[in-house]
Design a protein around this ligand. Structure first.
Ligand code: FES
Length: 182
């Protein structure tokens, strides 16, 4: 990472720490903010968080590696997570998984070569009676079928500008007609 990028990241972390506080209870929201804004939590970010909160870097590393929503590797601008816990598993989540892999052209754990999509497994999303459940960034889609997977991804693609940035932001519980951005 270039010095200018490090300086920018350190400034962003300072801003998050100003907002959330410089105590241990602020650690998780600060890390979530870094993940949201930078799509990964790099080694430098972990060290900088530890320095600014005056805690040991190992503690920061432990939190980052514990939560599946925090990543040390760079993610795509849209992270698609499919629940693989038992209720969704019984609701044929494997079919949805195959459709996602085919449509995106990647396997779970991978990011598309254009950096737009990352495909990941998720643990229970709290929608067990409405499976299979899918999360696109922060938006939940429930009772998803294969046709809807294609529609959801197409709507996501429409939100990218020519430069690959995300154009629009939506909120709330998802339907196949909504897509949302980070
Ligand atoms: S098991 Fe999938 S949402 Fe709970």
């Amino acid at each position: 990472m270039l010095p200018a990028q490090q300086a920018r990241l350190a400034a962003d972390i300072a801003e998050l720490a100003d907002h959330h506080g410089r105590c241990r209870s602020a650690l998780l929201p600060i890390l979530q903010g870094i993940q949201r804004d930078h799509h990964q939590i790099s080694d430098f970010a972990m060290q900088e968080v530890a320095r600014q909160l005056d805690i040991h870097p190992v503690e920061v590393y432990g939190v980052v590696t514990f939560y599946s929503f925090l990543n040390t590797g760079r993610e795509g601008r849209m992270v698609v997570r499919l629940c693989r816990t038992i209720s969704c598993d019984m609701q044929h989540k494997d079919r949805i998984a195959r459709q996602l892999e085919n449509d995106l052209g990647i396997k779970f754990g991978d990011t598309t070569s254009d950096g737009r999509f990352t495909l990941q497994w998720a643990h229970c999303l709290g929608m067990c009676d409405q499976g299979p459940a899918l999360l696109v960034n922060d938006q939940v889609f429930t009772r998803v079928n294969c046709e809807q997977v294609h529609e959801i991804l197409e709507n996501c693609r429409k939100t990218f500008t020519a430069s690959g940035h995300v154009l629009t932001t939506g909120h709330g519980h998802g339907t196949a007609k909504e897509a949302f951005a980070r």
